[in-house]
Design a binder for this molecule. Structure first.
Ligand code: ADP
Ligand code: MG
Ligand code: ZN
Length: 621
């Protein structure tokens, strides 16, 4: 590694960089031009033209110091009216007297142009300072260029990792077993190429890491860098197109040239979708990017597979990538880096917990269950928030409570300090939240209630009910979805049943309920009317785009009708459940109002006596 670096510098050291030579040549031309054209021009314009009679008068008045006769003009140095020496010129006349007159006044006369005074100073001004200026300019420019990471003169734009004691390893990555195994093979190839070539196996030229943001793609690439002990060139896709327009393709070339010099090595292009976007995708007429992509394709074909260069790339938008990029021989291996499962989340939490002073009795499993759908980056963030909270509270060890609270901070924002709700509003919010919780716990397929609170959050939530699944679900049934929608309707239903009113506090519930109901119709084929027909284009898989519907007006109308039907069916169900359990609701809402935050256990303790002889229900329809 170290050797490689020296080698790189040696290459550039001894012979003169042509661009430096060009710079000095340019400077020399400027200085010559200055001295032989511009300054004489200026000097000439400073010669004052006078008449012959004036010349004679000035001699008579003793003002002339020196005279020089030319073939067709007379130049003379004389004092002007203010007593300052100036150069004058006048025409030649047939005047033999003039010599006598000058001898009388003992004026020097000659047939040469008088020298301007003070030659050393003028030399300094016309030669010395310009040359110094150019040297200084060159020096400061070269400094700026190197701090700009190349671009103008150098090839320093490519970041090169040197393994050090702080570099990442596979131990820093948790819960991405398959991706890790795939990458380990690549590392192994770079370490023992013979093992593979004996069998005739070729190493994949490129591997593409795809997955949602924050799942550890960049981290995995860094771990490869840390483990492989070969040079590792890293560049972000955007860096190809940044800075200098038209440099993208050149940069790709430079990157691969550099890599070839250092083979075996790894090239890592992060966020490759910025340059690898499909060329056919209509609206993009970005020539710059297209050229960069073409260059990348050429380079990836251009090197021999046995050379030991491996190109890693990462993206969270694989669907926009150009198909040419994905064909075998380029990125022939796609490594999926998906959102972590329950066990994965536990593992990730444990890896990150090592960085903090943390209590021994943390229930990582519970934390993992409360964070369904969170990425590794989210989990890292949650632990850090917890540690910040610990410090804020003046403690030295992170506790379970800190972590639970920071989950809520990440989900719903900080607690609001001031009481922004009036007593009546608080009452409505209590019933609304108890509505959700009660409807949830009265149904078979719902997740247990973990916590209910009516402390407003900075996200705008006035309160919320937190449900945590007992186990991770990979399959969601139609009943699960209907149960979820019914639970969402529970809040509004409570407002209606107990206050005979409706508030805008349910807007978030409405949004979620509608979106689930719509997916049931357009994506999951859960209706009799449309059956197994896809009505919605799949959007960006990892970026949460919904995808648009390209269906007829009539179908659209039908879809909407069915969505309305599903949601209102669930709403009615929720209303019925609350009507049947009015006493329980009153007691629970009163308790919540008093305590502001209650746990799932407290909730169940109050509710259980009311449920002696009722069965849990399933939403049908
Ligand atoms: P992306 O997939 O968007 O490139 P990163 O690799 O940048 O995500 O992950 C951001 C941070 O999240 C990492 O620095 C790490 O702290 C944390 N992280 C993400 N996934 C994992 C994981 N599987 N194991 C451990 N930490 C992770
Ligand atoms: Mg990344
Ligand atoms: Zn609600």
């Amino acid at each position: 590694m170290q050797d490689n670096k020296n080698q790189q510098e040696d290459n550039r050291g001894p012979h003169i960089n042509p661009s430096v030579l060009r710079f000095y040549l340019f400077g020399l031309v400027i200085i010559l031009l200055l001295n032989f054209v511009i300054i004489p021009k200026i000097a000439e314009s400073r010669i004052i033209t006078s008449t012959y009679s004036e010349f004679r008068n000035m001699i008579a008045e003793d003002r002339v110091k020196e005279v020089s006769f030319d073939e067709n003009q007379i130049l003379f140095v004389a004092l002007n009216k203010d007593g300052v020496e100036r150069i004058y010129k006048t025409g030649v006349m047939d005047d033999p007297d003039i010599i006598k007159l000058m001898e009388e006044k003992s004026i020097n006369y000659a047939a040469t142009i008088p020298e301007p005074p003070n030659t050393f100073l003028s030399f300094l001004l016309t030669w010395g300072i310009p040359i110094l200026l150019f040297i200084f300019l060159r020096y400061s420019m070269s400094k700026r260029v190197s701090s700009m990471q190349g671009g103008l003169f150098g090839k320093q734009n490519i970041k090169k990792y040197e393994p050090s004691h702080e570099s990442k390893t596979f131990d820093d990555v948790a819960g991405q077993e398959e991706a890790e195994a795939s990458l380990r093979e690549i590392v192994d190839y770079l370490k023992n190429p013979d093992k593979y070539s004996k069998v005739g196996a070729k190493c994949p030229k490129g591997a593409l890491l795809v997955g949602p943001p924050g799942t550890g793609k960049t981290l995995l690439a860094k771990a490869v860098a840390g483990e492989s002990h070969v040079p590792f060139f890293s560049i972000a896709g955007s860096e190809f197109v940044e800075m200098f327009v038209g440099r993208g393709a050149a940069r790709v070339r430079e990157l691969f040239d550099e890599a070839k010099k250092h083979a075996p090595c790894i090239i890592f292009i992060d966020e490759i979708d910025t340059i690898g976007r499909s060329r056919s995708s209509g609206m993009s007429t970005n020539d710059e990017r297209e050229q960069t992509l073409n260059q990348l394709l050429t380079e990836m074909d251009g090197f021999d597979g046995n050379l030991g260069i491996i190109v890693l790339a990462a993206t969270n938008r694989p669907e926009v990538l150009d198909p040419a990029l994905l064909r075998p021989g380029r990125f022939d291996r796609q490594i999926r880096v998906e959102l972590p499962s329950l066990q994965d989340r536990v593992a990730i939490l444990k890896v990150h917990a090592k960085n903090y002073v943390i209590a021994d009795n943390i229930d990582y499993e519970l934390v993992a269950r409360s964070t369904a759908g969170a990425s590794g980056a989210h989990l890292a963030n949650i632990l850090n928030e917890a540690a910040l909270r610990t410090v804020r509270h003046g403690r030295t060890v992170v506790t379970q409570e800190d972590i639970q609270e920071s989950i809520e901070v990440v989900i719903a924002g900080e607690q609001k300090k001031q009481d922004i709700l009036t007593p009546e509003e608080k009452q409505i919010v209590s019933y609304h939240e108890i509505g959700h919780a009660l409807v949830a716990s009265l149904q078979k397929h719902s997740m247990p209630v973990q916590k209910i609170t009516i402390i407003p959050r900075t996200s705008g939530a006035l309160g919320y009910t937190m449900q945590v699944p007992e186990e991770e679900k990979n399959l969601l049934s139609r009943e699960d979805m209907l149960t979820y929608i019914t639970t969402l309707c529970g809040g509004r239903a409570a407002e209606e049943v107990f206050f005979n009113t409706m508030t805008n506090g349910a807007s978030n519930d409405i949004e979620k309920a509608t979106s689930v109901a719509k997916s049931m119709v357009t994506q999951y084929g859960m209706t009799e009317r449309f059956g197994m027909v896809k009505l919605q284009d799949s959007g960006s898989r990892y970026m949460g785009d919904e995808g648009s519907m390209s269906v007829s007006q009539q179908t659209m109308k039908e879809v909407e009708d069915i969505v309305v039907e599903i949601v209102s069916h669930c709403h009615n169900k929720a209303t019925t459940l609350l009507r049947q359990h009015q006493d329980a609701t009153h007691e629970l809402a009163g308790y919540l109002l008093k305590h502001e935050t209650i746990t799932g256990e407290e909730f169940m303790e109050i509710l259980t006596p009311y449920l002696e002889n009722t069965d849990k229900v399933t939403v049908e329809g």
